[in-house]
Design a protein around this ligand. Structure first.
Ligand code: ADP
Ligand code: MG
Length: 228
């Protein structure tokens, strides 16, 4: 996957490529396939099982939902077909120059607590992992924690517990508590993966849905180092 992107002169992997890469590292991701026509989107959605989510697949569209490029909770073939057309139309309006690979079709994951895991490289410390709660908590409140790669199990345990939103993971208003041991494991896997792949410059799993029995990444983005 990495070699293929490099041979095409790209450093930004698509969502589909990013998910494939991290799945190979043993990280659980929502099954995602590329459709290049409305009919194909419908047939893939039937193979995966409805409901599904459709998203724009383009290396030029980073914030897919901001651009009208994400449609969730599609329950029928008709809805899938309609969403396919709407996504392409919205992207054409907002990014007329974008290269569009097609539309990704993925299973609609059951609701969970949205968390994010990221990796970026610090000039002094090298790869650093970030953990936070997804959505508004990260964007507005910057409620995140950081540790330097490689993580020890203790680092993983601490970085989850030190965010202010931690009580949300322990079960909030009747919600089931999240499997925190599984999240620790996930952070360790990401740390391992990053360590083994120094050619990766940035990684974002945003969001990961965390459950009482595991977790699954529904969006992924990998950026490669520029080769000099
Ligand atoms: P963006 O490029 O805007 O970050 P995402 O792929 O993260 O696009 O999708 C936006 C939101 O849609 C996510 O934060 C999540 O809440 C929801 N979502 C995305 N994919 C799925 C999925 N497979 N199942 C359920 N919800 C999803
Ligand atoms: Mg996202």
């Amino acid at each position: 996957i990495i070699d293929k992107a490099r041979s095409q002169g790209r450093t930004v992997l698509t969502e589909i490529e990013s998910k494939e890469l991290i799945r190979e590292a043993g990280i659980s991701v929502v099954e995602t396939r590329l459709a290049i026509s409305r009919e194909e989107a419908i047939s893939i959605s039937k193979e995966l099982g409805l409901p599904v989510v459709l998203k724009i697949a383009s290396p030029d569209v980073v914030h897919k939902s901001d651009a009208g490029g994400v449609k969730i909770g599609l329950r029928t073939a008709t809805q899938v077909g309609k969403a396919y057309g709407e996504i392409l139309k919205a992207i054409k309006q907002k990014y007329p120059q974008a290269v569009v690979d097609g539309v990704s079709v993925q299973k609609m994951a059951r609701p969970g607590v949205e968390v994010i895991i990221g990796m970026s490289k610090d000039a002094q410390f090298g790869p650093v992992l970030m953990f936070g709660l997804g959505g508004i908590l990260v964007e507005v409140l910057k409620d995140v924690s950081f540790r330097i790669v490689p993580l020890a199990r203790r680092d993983a345990a601490e970085m989850i517990r030190e965010i202010k939103g931690y009580p949300l993971l322990e079960g909030y208003r009747g919600q089931e508590p999240v499997d925190v041991a599984n999240l620790e494991e996930l952070l360790l896997k990401v740390s391992d993966f990053v360590e083994r792949n120094p050619g990766i410059k940035e990684l974002d799993l945003n969001p990961v849905f965390a459950y009482s029995d595991g977790a699954v990444a529904v969006d992924a983005r990998v950026v490669l180092e520029e080769l000099s």
